[in-house]
Design a protein around this ligand. Structure first.
Ligand SMILES: C[S@@+](CC[C@H](N)C(=O)[O-])C[C@H]1O[C@@H](n2cnc3c(N)ncnc32)[C@H](O)[C@@H]1O
Length: 262
């Protein structure tokens, strides 16, 4: 029987938590989160919601930057691991199991919202954007990062030279609106000896084109305020070979949206 999005993420959650906490999500830790934080406005004292928080590493980064954070995730095991971390090292974060499509918060509760690599994993992203718009105060912002719609469509393959250096990226199926097709993988930096101990993740993908994302952002009522496509520096690419492909094309698209005053 086909599993739902939440069932797939629930099945991924324990292994995902273990592997990211062991440092195997190198794109996230070395490139994408630092770029996200660099782009973020001052959040000291603001009330923030992190949507699709997973085990909470990025929610904690926002709390350490001074925000009063709430993290929500559809998978209870992620919320359990994030809450356990909070009990051991309190940052004043509240975690809840919730679907981003139906938030239980009143209108205009939050100064800002964030979502790190979760929006492309959700169906009905247009409705999720409307829901986030609803819970934001006027002039509040929503900053999120997703797999880059142009450079990580359903098919992507790195082309390498004889030394293994990525020289080009092959992409295809850009116009295929996949709705929940499963991608099965583990972080590429997990060593071979360890790979056999883990069941690969099954990730339901909901790819949309760049124009569709811009259309959904506009339809929700947001103003697209800023956009960044993180690229590894030469030094970082030499240090962490896995992210060197972002010097050819980006993997992530980070955008900041603003809810207008009226
Ligand atoms: C790629 S993980 C990213 C986790 C975390 N934000 C991070 O950067 O480490 C995507 C997350 O989105 C969550 N998710 C997927 N669909 C969701 C939904 N409809 N509502 C809330 N969370 C969802 C998953 O359970 C998973 O934790």
């Amino acid at each position: 029987m086909k599993r739902s999005v939440s069932e797939n993420w629930e099945a991924n959650a324990a292994t995902w938590t273990k592997l990211v906490r062991a440092g195997y999500d190198i794109y996230r830790d070395a490139l994408h989160t630092p770029a996200f934080l660099e782009m973020l406005p001052d959040i000291k004292g603001l009330n923030g919601l992190d949507v699709g928080c997973g085990e909470g590493a990025n929610t904690r980064a926002l709390a350490r930057a001074g925000a009063k954070m709430t993290g929500i995730d559809i998978a209870p095991t992620f919320v359990h691991h994030a809450s356990e971390y909070e009990e051991n090292e309190p940052l004043g974060i509240r975690y809840l199991t919730a679907d981003a499509l139906h938030l239980s918060f009143d209108d205009a509760q939050f100064d800002f919202a964030s979502a790190f690599m979760s929006m492309m994993d959700m169906p009905q992203q247009g409705d999720v954007l409307k829901e986030i718009f609803r819970i934001l105060k006027p002039q509040g912002f929503f900053q999120f990062t997703i797999l880059h719609p142009c450079f990580v469509p359903p098919f992507r393959k790195n082309i390498r030279d004889e030394n293994g250096k990525v020289t080009a990226v092959l992409v295809a199926d850009y116009f295929e609106n996949i709705d929940g097709s499963l991608e099965t993988w583990l972080f590429s930096s997990v060593p071979q000896t360890e790979r056999e101990q883990h069941k690969p993740f099954n990730i339901p993908r909901f790819h949309r084109t760049l124009s569709e994302w811009i259309g959904m952002i506009n339809a929700a009522g947001f103003i697209l305020e800023a956009s960044v496509e993180p690229m590894a520096s030469k030094e970082l690419a030499a240090q962490e070979e896995v992210v060197a492909d972002t010097r050819v094309t980006p993997i992530a698209w980070i955008v900041r949206l603003r809810k207008p005053q009226n």
